[in-house]
Write a protein that binds this ligand. Structure first.
Ligand SMILES: CSC[C@H]1O[C@@H](n2cnc3c(O)ncnc32)[C@H](O)[C@@H]1O
Ligand SMILES: [Zn+2]
Length: 434
């Protein structure tokens, strides 16, 4: 099966200052086999042709941190501090959620992501068989973890689910699913618990994904408990000997950044600017991370804290926040946030051999963005327009592993209205009285 995308402006994202070039893309067996000039002979083999006149073809966006099923809790509880929001609202609601709720919530989130140009996402949640099944059914690419929190009861069950995710789902969905180990965070994972999670990762040769230094409360708590910063704590327990995704990392000190630099951190930071804004967490020191040579990707966080899963909004917020933090409009530029949302995000999630750039041999995770709109005119600088002026609603077509999941804004696999009705009905039961 081969798919030809012709007459596109192609942004390969192979370099920060990549310049869009006119041309075609040929996809065979789910992979990119030609970029730019496609020979007449190759064109003739195409079974399906998409005319991309007026559209930019670029790598699908990579969301490095999500709790997708929380779409079922979106808008249920707002304007609270993180610890209060989690312990008084989210965790009681999650305790009522069934496997089917998680499946449908995740599937609804995939609709939103596909419609706004995300092709791969990292997730941390519970009932992960259901999360994985939703990823398979959606056609998206997922990097999944079973979130592990130290609680008085059920530790064996949580670790059993994490183990099952690793053993059963890694590589599933024709290789679209990969699995990491997900200790939730420094304040929810004491040392022995964290070591158990690391051992599990070592057993399966899997990377890890964890929240880090999201709030000043967390920093104070870890200081009181261990007389360390959260980063020092994780370092001492041995987390940084592995490929690790560090979500948030808002309150890292220069010493913490030095630690990550010294260990030659494999993986990187999943920066969630809108969630950090909305929860009043602060502004992560992205400029310092980049100067230290760390890899930084973008994420939304869960739909409860992020409001939407639109990665175009995250690109804007990331740039604006760094500019205002530094009082410097040259801080974090358009090309950099586009890289964070594509090629750099793929590195953070250990997906860079497969996706993140439009390169021959990589998986065909591609989006077409419709530039034929008043807010995307005139085309002086397509990179700046994509980073600062476009939104998820401008995504015309979304392709994962060569399969078209949305064509001309019509979903090909999922029934959005049916999912909305199902999730709306379930949300009432979950949140009643909390
Ligand atoms: C045990 S699965 C993951 C767990 O994380 C919770 N969560 C959602 N958003 C955040 C956030 O911003 N910081 C920390 N934890 C978060 C979610 O409710 C799940 O319980
Ligand atoms: Zn999170």
């Amino acid at each position: 099966m081969s798919l030809l995308i012709e007459n596109a402006m192609i942004l390969t994202m192979e370099a920060e200052r990549a310049v869009p070039m006119p041309g075609d893309l040929l996809i065979e067996q789910g992979r990119i086999v030609a970029v730019g000039d496609v020979s007449a002979e190759d064109r003739a083999r195409a079974v399906e042709v998409i005319d991309a006149t007026g559209l930019v073809a670029m790598p699908g966006l990579v969301n490095c941190h999500n709790h997708a099923a929380m779409s079922i809790l979106r808008g249920f509880s707002e304007d609270l501090r993180l610890m209060e929001w989690l312990s008084e609202k989210m965790w009681p609601a999650e305790a009522r959620m069934t496997e089917e709720d998680v499946y449908l919530g995740t599937l609804l989130a995939t609709v939103e992501m596909i419609k706004s140009g995300t092709t791969a996402f990292a997730d941390m949640y519970v009932f992960t068989n259901a999360v994985a099944q939703a990823v398979v059914d959606s056609g998206m690419r997922g990097v999944l973890t079973r979130g592990l929190i130290d609680m008085p009861e059920g530790e064996a069950v949580r670790f059993q689910e994490a183990r099952e995710l690793l053993a059963r789902w890694n590589g599933a969905g024709d290789g679209r699913i990969s699995v990491m180990v997900g200790p939730h965070g420094p304040h929810t994972c004491p040392p022995a618990f964290l070591r158990r999670a690391i051992s599990l990762a070592e057993e399966f040769g899997a990377p890890l994904h964890i929240h880090l230094a999201e709030t000043t409360e967390e920093v104070e708590l870890i200081r009181r408990e261990y007389d360390r910063t959260p980063t020092e704590y994780l370092h001492e327990v041995g987390l940084f000997d592995h490929h690790v995704v560090l979500a948030h990392s808002v309150h890292l000190t220069p010493g913490d950044i030095e630690i990550l630099k010294k260990v030659g951190l494999r993986g990187g930071i999943a920066h969630n600017p809108i969630s950090n804004l909305k929860l009043g967490c602060g502004i992560a020191p992205i400029g310092e991370f980049l100067r230290a040579g760390l890899t930084v990707g973008l994420g939304t966080d869960g739909p409860g804290s992020a409001t939407t899963l639109d990665m175009f909004e995250e690109m804007k917020a990331a740039a604006w926040m760094q500019k205002v933090k530094a009082f410097d409009p040259t801080a974090l530029q358009a090309g950099q946030v586009l890289q964070m949302a594509t090629s750099e995000g793929a590195k953070v999630l250990a997906l860079d051999e497969q996706v993140g750039t439009l390169t021959v041999g990589k998986q065909a995770d591609i989006i077409l963005v419709d530039m034929r709109a008043a807010h995307l005119c005139p085309p002086h600088d397509l990179t700046a327009l994509l980073a600062y002026s476009a939104s998820g609603a401008d995504v015309h077509t979304t392709i994962v592993a060569g399969k078209v999941l949305m064509r001309d804004r019509q979903l090909t696999q999922l029934d959005e209205q049916a999912l909305i009705a199902e999730v709306t009905a379930r949300a009432k039961r979950i949140t009643a009285g909390i």
